[in-house]
Design a binder for this molecule. Structure first.
Ligand code: GLU
Length: 328
């Protein structure tokens, strides 16, 4: 299992690198998914390379490029959800992966977004993500309350993690100032910083398993800490996109038990500038070869053709609706 996973990451990274080089050579600027001479170029904004968004962008592009040779889909590593939504709003990206809580805030025009996003659409929801707190075992952190006075990474600017962490601290009456250090490292930098003792813990909103936590757990004694307090129950009651989740045991060295947390879905979003044809082709490429898609990352293991339309915050893209209507 471990080896399959490593090989999978390498393959997806190679696909992504290959695609990225296509982009430099052939895609000088964004095309809104519209056709140039013979090819339609689309790019997907993802997250840090050790997370799950990045290989997910690679998996989606793989399906689309295979099914529709006239489309060239490429992936970009980015700061993640908030960055991706802003890039879509500014028409600088065709597609982006984002947490559904971030999509919801964009739709409502809530912080960090200045106004209601009317031009954002959903293509699909992908897999569940959990707010995950990873701590060094020797830090003494066993619960959320133990974070007081500790060095904790709260998420890089532009990440959805940062937003969800702020929501958690507000809901659970702990000030971010109570931390001795509020780290803003990028996701890919967190494992080394934890290993080197520059951090006692880090938050990461992510699907499981992720290479990021596998990596740190092999060289450092770390624990995934439960996030299961009454203030979280209240938060879930108040904000409809949050649900209780489990970080499954057995995925990371030294973490054999299921751990309770909360989360939502990772969603694939597009601006409404993306043509109906392209949106149709993307959902068709994934759903018509769905069993194959599911093999591309272990975080997709429990997906169904219905679950990929659950937990969306933003309206479906008309091209996806056209596909669904045709199936009736
Ligand atoms: N959910 C994270 C964020 O938006 C990114 C997770 C990932 O890259 O897999 O901050």
């Amino acid at each position: 299992m471990k080896h399959t996973w490593t090989v999978l990451i390498m393959v997806l990274s190679l696909v992504a690198c290959d695609q990225a080089s296509n982009k430099t050579e052939q895609m000088p600027e964004k095309t809104n998914g519209k056709k140039t001479a013979q090819q339609t170029f689309i790019n997907i904004g993802t997250g840090g390379v050790t997370g799950v968004y990045y290989p997910t962008g690679g998996a989606i592009c793989k399906m689309v490029n295979k099914k529709s040779p006239n489309i060239k889909c490429t992936v970009e590593a980015t700061a993640a959800s908030v960055y991706n939504v802003n890039a879509l709003l500014a028409d600088k990206m065709d597609l982006g992966i984002a947490q559904s809580d971030v999509g919801y805030k964009a739709m409502k025009g809530q912080e960090p977004f200045k106004e209601k996003a009317t031009n954002l659409k959903s293509i699909m929801s992908i897999y569940p993500e959990s707010l995950t707190l990873v701590a060094r075992k020797d830090s003494g952190i066993k619960s959320f309350a133990d974070l007081k006075g500790k060095k904790v990474n709260i998420g890089n600017p532009g990440s959805g993690t940062r937003r969800t962490v702020e929501t958690l601290f507000n809901a659970c009456d702990l000030k971010l100032d109570a931390l001795s250090f509020q780290g803003q490292l990028k996701a890919a930098e967190m494992p080394d910083a934890l290993r080197d003792g520059k951090l006692d813990a880090y938050f990461y909103v992510v699907g499981h398993p992720t290479a990021n936590i596998k990596d740190v757990a092999t060289s450092t004694d770390v624990a995934v800490i439960p996030l299961d307090m009454p203030c979280i129950d209240d938060l879930i009651k108040k904000e409809s996109y949050f649900v209780k989740t489990i970080v499954p045991g057995g995925l990371y060295k030294g973490n054999d038990e299921d751990i309770k947390s909360f989360g939502f879905k990772a969603t694939l979003l597009a601006s409404d500038q993306l043509s109906n044809d392209v949106a149709y082709s993307i959902i068709e490429a994934i759903l018509e070869d769905f069993e194959n898609f599911k093999t591309l990352h272990p975080a997709y293991a429990k997906l169904t053709k219905d679950s990929v339309f659950e937990g969306l915050s933003l309206p479906l893209h008309p091209g996806v609706q056209m596909y669904l209507d045709k199936q009736k």
